[in-house]
Design a protein around this ligand. Sequence first.
Ligand code: ZN
Length: 80
Amino acid sequence: MRAVRCMFCDGNTTIHNINAQKRVRGKMITVTNAPVYYCDNCNETFLSKETQSVFRYIQDRRLDEKRILFNFDDMVNRLY
Ligand SMILES: [Zn+2]
């Protein structure tokens, strides 16, 4: 994975692994160790494409009905 330009200010970003959270059908889903971009210039954080794909995978397959905690590496292996 490579860092991208900030979607807000076009600044340089660095990749960090965090516990990313997103609300899916009213439940807060957590993906641990998920890569996000952090902008050194404006301090914004935004989800990487890979992390967004994992959330979409969970949502599309209704995995949130069984559990709310997922590991990024486990999930990304199912995607690619
Ligand atoms: Zn920025």
